[in-house]
Design a protein around this ligand. Structure first.
Ligand SMILES: [Zn+2]
Length: 303
């Protein structure tokens, strides 16, 4: 059976214009901010770990599946192959980064996925998973997926592009003075500037210093998760020390696609998970590279 896909074109905006909007928003939330359009450095080299050199070429964002594949009870038939998702966004050789759920048939339990895959020419899989490992759900295990394991489970938000170098937006933000996390702050700035005309962004950023609040999904719940409170009580929260490397996708406004507006996953040397915010405003320092999407795709929206 073919997977349903909805594709929408987004407004054409220059990186310079978007940079100015992001800069204004970030300056209201961080003490030190710089936002500029630069030629993308090689993000396959340390401290970056992308599966391709850059964030350039035919940028697009997508959501496959969704939280409703997890709640109230998991739909175990919802497994996607990231190589196939690359084809569904019309980029069979795509670099694909973002945030989703791990391939439970391989991992053995539910897990967080930090997708980081070049689907072809050349194929490279730098994706990570994070799962809980003991009975009390107090410890996490970070692992790299085997090269040939390119599946994800239930849901995936991703940014896809050709993986080439080219102009991108470089963001630096230090010492948080407002209440918004880095991603939420940028998304809100775009929503304020462009209202109901959606702007989609994807990229990677480092939280160089400070501590972040992350969650990791435990194994699948045997009791239905009906309310947001049920989900919150089920998730396991952790404070994780930087440096942390994140992959992020966000959309300023949902154009009726039931699209998750922000989704960011990341990892350190030992831990990882779903990003909520940093908990150390005085110490925190972020640096990242982002690109603006030309299209948004909604793949296999839950019924
Ligand atoms: Zn997540």
């Amino acid at each position: 059976m073919s997977i349903p896909v909805i594709k929408k074109q987004l407004q054409k905006l220059s990186l310079e214009e978007v940079s100015e909007v992001l800069s204004k928003g970030l300056k209201s939330n961080f003490a030190e901010v710089s936002v500029e359009v630069v030629q993308c450095p090689d993000l396959s080299k340390a401290p970056w770990e992308l599966a391709a050199p850059g964030l350039g070429g035919s940028p697009r964002i997508a959501e496959a599946g969704g939280v409703r594949n997890l709640t109230p009870l998991p739909k175990f038939e919802k497994i996607y192959d990231m190589k196939e998702l690359a084809k569904l966004v019309d980029l069979p050789n795509a670099l694909l980064i973002g945030a989703g759920a791990g391939p439970f048939p391989y991992v053995g339990v539910n897990s967080e996925l930090i997708p980081n895959l070049k689907a072809n020419k050349p194929y490279s899989n730098q994706s990570r998973t994070v799962k809980l490992c003991d009975k009390n759900n107090e410890k996490t295990v970070l692992a790299k997926l085997p090269s040939d394991e390119s599946r994800c489970g239930l849901m995936l938000n991703f940014y896809a592009c050709e993986g080439s170098t080219g102009p991108v937006i470089k963001v630096k933000a230090k010492k948080r003075t407002g209440d918004d996390d880095l991603v939420g702050c940028m998304r809100k700035a775009l929503a304020e500037a462009y209202g109901t005309k959606p702007v989609g962004v994807g990229g990677t950023f480092l939280m160089k210093t400070g501590t972040a609040k992350l969650h990791v999904m435990p194994d699948f719940s045997k009791v239905p998760l009906v309310t947001d409170e049920d989900v919150n009580n089920w998730l396991q929260y952790f404070l994780v020390q930087g440096p942390l490397l994140f992959m992020s996708v966000f959309l300023s406004h949902d154009p009726g696609l039931e699209f998750r507006l922000e989704h960011t996953h990341g990892y350190s040397n030992v831990d990882g998970g779903h990003y909520h915010y940093d908990t150390t405003p005085d110490e925190v320092e972020y640096e990242g590279y982002f690109n603006v999407a030309e299209f948004v795709y909604r793949i296999d929206k839950p019924n």
